[in-house]
Write a protein that binds this ligand. Structure first.
Ligand code: AMP
Length: 209
């Protein structure tokens, strides 16, 4: 299996699609957002360093994120879904180096960012980010409770208010060079992410096979 690099705006479905691919195809998951939030929850030095930046919707330093990735991949033995990395062209180049010698495809989840503000407002998840719901399109069976683990569902602080707009701007400023980068390598596939999660999954699957 090729390693899959998911790119798309916050709320475009990277986490949701990652979870489907992990469950059904056995990929490993590298979600830099989840890894960073786990550091914050654990109260580690790294967590303390990144908390403020994450709450503002800006990007944390690449050096810290690269370290987290390297500590969590075993490329010899597993194919991975990269979710939330890269966020800009420099990170795409860094990831090419990490993945050197291993096949990769980039999947762009394309959707009008205006529609995403509403998606993020309605997004709920378990604290570790591993189970994701949308109150309008994919609600849990019991309000506020994860169907799978029975945990309480939370709304991320950075899914509210002005921070959402700032995160969209960070994305909008960075996406074009990344698309060019992967398109020039002939490994870019684009998928319409404005569909239900099963249709998006099938669209990705058909384009990467
Ligand atoms: P996410 O869960 O992917 O939406 O990421 C949440 C936040 O974590 C982002 O707004 C950034 O502050 C930080 N973050 C996640 N991935 C990266 C990355 N690749 N580079 C820098 N910061 C990141």
């Amino acid at each position: 299996m090729d390693n899959l690099v998911l790119i798309g705006a916050p709320g475009s479905g990277k986490g949701t699609q990652s979870n489907l691919f992990i469950e059904r195809k056995g990929y490993g998951h590298i979600s830099t957002g989840n890894l960073l939030r786990a550091e914050i929850a654990a109260g580690s030095d790294l967590g303390k360093k990144v908390q403020e930046v994450m709450n503002s919707g800006k990007l944390v330093s690449d050096a810290l994120v690269v370290e987290l990735i390297k500590n969590n991949v075993d490329l010899e033995n597993n194919a991975y879904i990269f979710d939330g990395y890269p966020r800009n062209i420099e990170q795409a180049e860094t990831l090419d180096l990490i993945l050197e010698g291993f096949p990769q495809k980039a999947v762009y989840l394309k959707i009008d960012t205006e529609k995403l503000v509403n998606r993020l407002e309605n997004r709920r998840m378990t604290r570790d980010g591993k189970h994701i719901y949308n109150l309008l399109t994919n609600p849990p069976k019991k309000e506020g409770i994860c169907d799978v683990t029975g945990e309480e569902l939370i709304q991320r602080d950075d899914d509210r208010g002005d921070v959402v707009r700032d995160r969209m701007k960070v994305f909008a400023d960075a996406i074009a060079p990344m698309l060019k980068h992967y398109s020039e390598q002939g490994i870019l596939v684009e998928v319409d992410a404005d569909q239900n999660l099963e249709d998006v999954y099938q669209a990705i699957l058909s384009k990467i096979s």
